[in-house]
Design a binder for this molecule. Structure first.
Ligand code: NAD
Ligand code: FES
Length: 287
């Protein structure tokens, strides 16, 4: 199978939006699932959420360049092929019908909420979205999401687009205005998902968060992506990646992510996990 790049657009500084030929994945993928791609046969495995599909020929992924392997991916252009693209992986999002929903995306995590919003709308849900980014340049998919969602609020760290503030300021503003929701999603940096979950917990709101621990095989075999949810060990690649953020042990997740920081990649932790390449630590988390 040749996973040819059919379209490539720079979405933001250091972020690329590509469509890849992958008929088997495009025809089966559901909201919330992901693929693991390899730019070439020597590069590491990069887990990326499927941002969209045409349902028959091609899938869309949006990624941030954070190390050697994503840099190799960024060097591929239209007409070039990925060495591998495995998926769809993980459990699909649990989509309700006819409910009031809130969907929050932060930074490149906005890519992961596009199919969730589309599928929620297909099932007759009312969708309010909050998009957050550090500035206007990093705000991706704003127009596409505005067209689908019923209501879209924008927050940037520097106030260059929408209101100045974090996505959690948007959540608090909605609750203060008396809005109530049946289910929510939050996808973005781990710290963002943790704080969104704390706000949701205060309001007794189910909040699905897409966890991004380091993933290696993506099939439940290596244990690299283990997370603690409701005092039980789960594997994000096969049991998730979405879990109710109110019950996620965020401190364990963040500590494990730190464990694989640059300084530690040459340490024994790396060897114990079965030969993670030094750059895998930065790139092994789901985008
Ligand atoms: P970023 O650091 O620019 O943050 C984006 C937004 O998140 C901010 O503008 C803010 O609104 C919100 N945020 C950040 N810290 C917050 C806090 N303490 N409280 C409340 N809100 C906060 O984002 P980025 O650099 O584009 O994101 C990259 C990260 O997102 C990577 O770590 C990547 O792994 C992760 N990611 C995860 C998934 C997933 O499926 N879980 C998908 C894509 C990206
Ligand atoms: Fe190996 Fe999940 S990535 S168990």
């Amino acid at each position: 199978m040749s996973y040819t790049i059919l379209k490539k657009v720079q979405a933001a500084p250091n972020e690329y939006d590509i469509w890849v030929k992958a008929p088997q994945i495009a025809s089966h993928a559901k909201a919330g699932q992901f693929v693991i791609v390899m730019a070439d046969e020597n590069s590491e495995r990069i887990p990326l959420t499927i941002a969209d599909t045409d349902k028959k020929e091609a899938i869309r992924v949006i990624y941030q360049v954070v190390g050697t392997s994503t840099e190799k991916l960024a060097q591929l252009n239209v007409g070039d092929a990925l060495s591998n693209c495995a998926g769809p992986l993980g459990q699909p999002s649990e989509i309700p019908e006819g409910k009031q929903t809130l969907v929050i995306g932060g930074g490149v995590g906005i890519a992961a909420i596009l199919t969730i919003i589309k599928t929620l709308k297909e099932k007759g849900n009312h969708v309010t979205t909050i998009l957050g980014s550090r500035d206007r340049e990093h705000l991706i998919l704003e127009n596409e999401i505005r067209e689908i969602a019923d209501e879209t609020l924008i927050y940037t760290d520097d106030g260059s687009a929408g209101k100045k503030g974090l996505v959690t300021d948007g959540m608090n503003a909605l609750f203060e205005a008396g809005k109530r929701f049946d289910a929510a999603w939050a996808v973005g940096p781990t710290i963002m998902m943790k704080f969104c979950s704390l706000v949701a917990k205060e309001h007794d709101l189910l909040i699905w968060t897409s966890l991004n621990p380091i993933m290696i095989d993506g099939t439940g075999m290596c244990g690299g992506c283990r997370v603690k949810v409701k005092d039980t060990i789960k594997y994000a690649c096969v049991d998730g990646p979405e879990f109710d953020g109110r019950y996620v042990d965020w401190d364990i997740l963040m500590n494990r992510q730190k464990q694989y920081s640059k300084e530690e990649t040459e340490s024994e932790h790396v060897c114990k996990l079965g030969g993670i390449h030094p750059s895998q630590s930065k790139e092994g988390g789901l985008q």
